[in-house]
Design a binder for this molecule. Sequence first.
Ligand SMILES: Cc1cc2nc3c(=O)[nH]c(=O)nc-3n(C[C@H](O)[C@H](O)[C@H](O)COP(=O)(O)OP(=O)(O)OC[C@H]3O[C@@H](n4cnc5c(N)ncnc54)[C@H](O)[C@@H]3O)c2cc1C
Length: 504
Amino acid sequence: MHTTENPIKKFVIVGGGTAGWIAAATIANIFKHTDVRIELVESDDIGIIGVGEATIPPLLATIRSLGIDEAEFIKATQASFKWGIQFVDWHTKGESYFHPFGSIGRTIDGHDFYQCWLKTQAEGDNTPLMAHSPESVLSEHGRFFLPFKAMNTPLAGAQYALHLDSTLVGRYLRNFAENLGVQRTEGLIENVTQDDDGWITGVSLKSGQHIAGDFFIDCSGFRGLLIEQTLNTGYNDWSEYLPCNRAVTVQTKKIHPLRPYTVATAREAGWTWRIPLQHRTGNGYVFCDKFCSDKEAIQTLLNTIDGEPLGEPRIIPFVTGMRKKSWHKNCLALGLAQGFLEPLESTAIHLVSKTLALFVRMFPDRECNPLIMDEFNRRVRADYQEIRDFLVLHYCASDRVDTEFWRWCKNMKVPPSLQRKLDYFQVAGGLIPGVEELFQPSSWYAILTGMAILPNSYNPTVDALDYKKLQQSLNAGKQAIENIVQQQPSHEDFIKEYCQAPSP
Ligand SMILES: Cc1cc2nc3c(=O)[nH]c(=O)nc-3n(C[C@H](O)[C@H](O)[C@H](O)COP(=O)(O)OP(=O)(O)OC[C@H]3O[C@@H](n4cnc5c(N)ncnc54)[C@H](O)[C@@H]3O)c2cc1C
């Protein structure tokens, strides 16, 4: 055993959007007491995409792992809390369902809760699955609290995430990273230099300055300045499964009450989001241009927002998919440079953190062993495919046939990996979590139940339980959630007390 003889001494991060600054903060935090240098280059002329406001719980773990105080971060980013997502009109117009973070119900005498619930349904009980989800009941009542303060209650394991202002997140993390010694250089990269084997040696700016490095992190957004325009890594286009390819966004004045969840409403040719922040609301319409023009999309969005618009609607085109390799030679792509899956389950910022965490676990030296790179790329691909399949479920399981878009979805091609999962669910009565998967069975059950899909039967081992006791146990759990939720403050009151942001 020996220490590596060829360590990476200089990182160059290209891009100062959310991805760039998360990367800078994470790597700077790891190497803060060493001579490893990090330089981030960003162009004020190009700017950042400036959208990406809903997150999922692992973001908070990232924030905490950097030693950042949660309340301070919330105040600085005008954040609000999020227990999950309400899906409106997805299965049928006029119906909605909830996807909560965290698990639903608790095991009963070692039996999986979902199987117990299925048994009660088979016996004629029609209590909704979501009555057993703390996050769902809290959302229904507009309440918020910190779960660790409710130890020994059914709310103790509740999980939350944040809605935040992505521009302010970038600003906050920039400050954090610069305090740890990250050097920021403003300027437009016009040229990328490579050695004879194609490995990147540096980037040259319009000003004439040349920045050399050992390892390069491409956070340059959709253009993929290093990973695509320089290394020509190629892109897996997944439009055949997820056809939406444009979004129109607009911010509106704050509305009351401040809901502790994101709302995703199915529309004629896609879906709209509503994300409440402390100082304003974020809105957008994700749509497919085969079924809707930009003009129609803007009109749909403006017709469906609450609150006065704070600017002109903005169109953002995108192609769903991911780079064939996230890590190629001495270049790692993160954020929009790595790939894009529509924001239906708010997974993009999470994928930045998760990819970085994997990179840290597999940390290379300057030679970047191909075995490490291959395994890394395989795992990142699996992460993207898992999320892609989960998103596709939202579309392919819909019963809607009222527009051309939804009729297309009814007959859409389903990825074989998703089809296998759905077939297994039907015959086995449930799902087994995969290795290091983001969406646990409870998330799948939430969407499947919301889409009125139940398996053929429940797991027969549940029949070994005394049915009366089983029913009592489920009722007691449901009642305990209801009782304790009623004692919690409203989302707005909680924020006022704990983390009120200054007026912008
Ligand atoms: C419509 C939409 C909605 C979204 N909603 C969500 C959401 O709810 N939740 C979520 O987690 N994610 C969401 N995302 C994704 C999220 O916005 C991004 O993952 C996140 O903002 C990271 O962006 P980025 O840093 O990769 O790219 P960008 O913000 O585009 O940053 C690119 C950076 O590269 C720099 N750059 C580019 N070219 C050059 C050059 N030649 N020279 C110098 N600098 C250069 C730019 O100046 C900029 O600093 C959404 C995305 C879209 C499109």
